[in-house]
Design a protein around this ligand. Structure first.
Ligand code: 8YV
Length: 328
C-alpha cells in the first residue's frame, strides 16, 4: 500500500543527500535557489504545508503561526537554537516544534576553540598582513599575543557545547570555570575539573578568556550587558558562538575600540547579518559569518535529525526532539 507523503516545505537549500532523502520520503517542496523567505513567503508556506522545515533565517513569529492553515502540524527546525520560532504560539495551536540537538556539538566546540586561539595569538591579523605582503622578516617583538596555557577560561552556559569546549580547553592547559543556572553533576564537574561560579559578575571579573555558550532566551538577552562587560579585565578575550543577542554588541564594540578589552572572537551578532561597523574596523576582532556548525558532516546529520523528527510524527508518535517554551 502506498504511504501518504506529507507536504513538507523546506525554507532553505539543504545538502544534496538531505534533499534527496526528503524527496524520497515526503512530498517535499525545496528551495533550490536558496532565496531566504520573508514574512509573505513564510505566510504562504504555512498556509499549505503540513510540515515547515525551517532555519534560523526564518522569523516564525506568532503572526506567521496564526496565519497557518489547520493542516500545519509540525515545525521541524534545522538547527539547535529555536529563538527565531514563537514556540508558545505554535503549541497553543497544537503545532509541534522540533530542533536538532547533539549533532553539531563537537563542530561548534572546535570552532569556539579556534576563535580562542585566533584571538589570543592574532592568527587572522597575521594572515591578513602576510597576504598583503607585510611580512618583511622575523622580529623579536612583532605579532605578540598571549599564551593560552595557565590561563582561566570562564564558560557561560555549561550545556553540551560548553562541556565539549571545556574538554578541548583543558587539553590546551586552560583552567575551567563556568557559570550556569545550576552546577553540573559532581561526576561531570570532576571529569572536567571545572569550578562553578554562582555569580556571573564575580566570574567575569576574574577570567582571562570568557566564552558564551548558553542559549538565547528572554532570560539571557543582554546577559553580558554594558555593566557586566565592564567587569572584564582589560587583557581579557571574549568569544561568542551562541547567539549575538546575549551580548550588548554596541557596548562591546565601544569597549574594544577604546582598548578596554584585548580581543573578541565572534561567530554570531546581535542583528545578523548586520555587524556593528566599529567591529569591522578593528584588527583585534576576529569575525566569522555564523559558521560554527558549517561542516558537511554536521549539516547532513542535522538534516537526518529533521527527517527523523518528521518520520516519527508521520508514524503517529511524538518526535524525539520536541521543544517547549522555557525548556532551556
Ligand atoms: C545553525 C545554529 O546552523 O543550530 C544552531 O542553533 O546556530 C547554527 O549552527 C543554524 O541555526 C541553522 O538554522
Amino acid at each position: 500500500m502506498a504511504v501518504r507523503k506529507p507536504k513538507v516545505i523546506v525554507t532553505r537549500k539543504l545538502p544534496d543527500p538531505v534533499e534527496t532523502r526528503m524527496r524520497e520520503l515526503f512530498d517535499a517542496e525545496l528551495n533550490l535557489d536558496d532565496t531566504p523567505m520573508g514574512p509573505p513567503e513564510l505566510t504562504a508556506a504555512v498556509q499549505r504545508a503540513e510540515v515547515l522545515a525551517c532555519t534560523i533565517t526564518d522569523r516564525v513569529t506568532a503572526d506567521i503561526i496564526n496565519a497557518a492553515g489547520p493542516q500545519l502540524k509540525l515545525i521541524a527546525n534545522f538547527g539547535v537554537g529555536f529563538d527565531h520560532i514563537d514556540v508558545a504560539a505554535a503549541n497553543a495551536r497544537g503545532i509541534t516544534v522540533t530542533n536538532t540537538p547533539g549533532v553539531l556539538t563537537e563542530d561548534t566546540a572546535d570552532l569556539t576553540m579556534g576563535l580562542i586561539m585566533a584571538a589570543s595569538r592574532r592568527m587572522i591579523e597575521g594572515s591578513t598582513v602576510t597576504h598583503a605582503g607585510g611580512f618583511h622578516g622575523w622580529t623579536p617583538t612583532w605579532m605578540l599575543g598571549r599564551r593560552l596555557s595557565g590561563k582561566r577560561l570562564g564558560i557561560v552556559g555549561m550545556g553540551r557545547i560548553g562541556q565539549a569546549l571545556a574538554k578541548r580547553a583543558a587539553a590546551f592547559g586552560l583552567s575551567i570555570h563556568y557559570h550556569n543556572r545550576k552546577p553540573v553533576s559532581p561526576r561531570i564537574a570532576e571529569d572536567l575539573q571545572a569550578t562553578y561560579w554562582e555569580s556571573l559578575d564575580q566570574m567575569l571579573a576574574r577570567m582571562d578568556i570568557v566564552s558564551v555558550n548558553c542559549p538565547h532566551t528572554p532570560g539571557t538577552y543582554h546577559l553580558l550587558s554594558a555593566r557586566r562587560l565592564k567587569l572584564l579585565q582589560p587583557h581579557a578575550i571574549l568569544v561568542n558562538t551562541a547567539r549575538g543577542e546575549i551580548i550588548d554588541e554596541a557596548a562591546l564594540s565601544g569597549m574594544l575600540e577604546r582598548g578596554e578589552l584585548a580581543a573578541v572572537g565572534l561567530d554570531v551578532y546581535e542583528h545578523e547579518p548586520v555587524i556593528n561597523p566599529k567591529l569591522l574596523k578593528l584588527p583585534n576582532a576576529v569575525l566569522l559569518p555564523h559558521m560554527s556548525s558549517a561542516t558537511i558532516e554536521s549539516r547532513i546529520d542535522m538534516g537526518e535529525k529533521v527527517i527523523i523528527n518528521i518520520r516519527t510524527w508521520m508514524d503517529g508518535h511524538k518526535p524525539p526532539d520536541r521543544v517547549i517554551p522555557g525548556m532551556l
